[in-house]
Design a binder for this molecule. Structure first.
Ligand code: G3P
Length: 229
């Protein structure tokens, strides 16, 4: 049976740091426990929070939000893959539309993450870009139309053809790479529709990071993803 993915990008929302972040992490941990075997929960906190958060989770999977395409050495202010591995992350987002890389950089970063044993969740703006990225066989490809990010208007509702096309084109190139979708996903219904359109999960940010009750919001989204019992 497929396990669905609920990936929460903390971005740099006020709730992404310090004590408030740990509350979101605790909520994520609770959802991961309740949906064990059905929904895997990935969280992507800011780099500064990775070490502390990684040491406080059991079931939740911690990813970085970005890694730089550089090797350890003289690169002031950069974050090489070795840094996020050392901090305890299990993988990284790559090429988020707020942190884009060139295609050759994406290839290099995916390769380097694989070499050090970290997972790769690579974002794409369009189904075409998703297919180009799928060639690198990352752990996941996530398609997010940038114009819907943060709007509360779900890609699965407003642009269902983006989801179906991304699934189709990624599957044609790399049949084993699961496709996630994101942008504007805020409700159980948005998550359910994403799965119906062929996605293996969702990538969300504002719905959880701005929620008064992050636990209730993550549980709602997980319920939308999880197959009927
Ligand atoms: O990485 C996920 C993100 O870009 C989607 O943002 O706020 O529309 O869920 P949001």
């Amino acid at each position: 049976r497929d396990v669905y993915i609920l990936a929460v990008n903390f971005k740099v929302y006020p709730s992404a740091f310090g004590r408030r972040a740990l509350e979101v992490v605790k909520a994520a941990e609770r959802v991961a426990r309740e949906f064990e075997g059905t929904v895997s929960v990935i969280i992507a906190p800011p780099h500064t929070e990775i070490a502390r958060i990684s040491s406080s989770v059991e079931r939740v999977i911690v990813y970085a939000q970005h890694v730089d395409p550089v090797e350890p050495g003289a690169h002031t202010g950069s974050v090489p893959v070795e840094a996020v591995k050392e901090a305890g992350a299990r993988g990284s987002l790559v090429n988020h539309s707020e942190r884009k890389l060139r295609l050759d950089e994406i290839e290099r970063v995916v390769e380097r993450l694989k070499v050090v044993g970290l997972e790769q969740l690579v974002c794409a703006d369009t189904p075409r870009a998703a297919a180009a990225i799928a060639v690198f066989e990352p752990t996941y490809v996530a398609v997010e139309p940038p114009e819907l990010i943060g709007t509360g208007i779900a890609v699965s509702r407003a642009k269902p053809e983006v989801v179906t096309k991304a699934v189709e084109s990624v599957t044609r190139v790399s049949p084993n790479v699961p496709v996630l979708v994101g942008a504007g996903i805020v409700s159980r219904e948005d998550a359910r529709r994403s799965v119906e359109l062929g996605a293996r999960g969702v990538l969300v940010a504002s719905a959880v990071m701005k929620a008064a009750d992050p636990y209730a919001k993550m549980r709602e989204l997980a319920e939308g993803l999880a197959p009927r019992r």
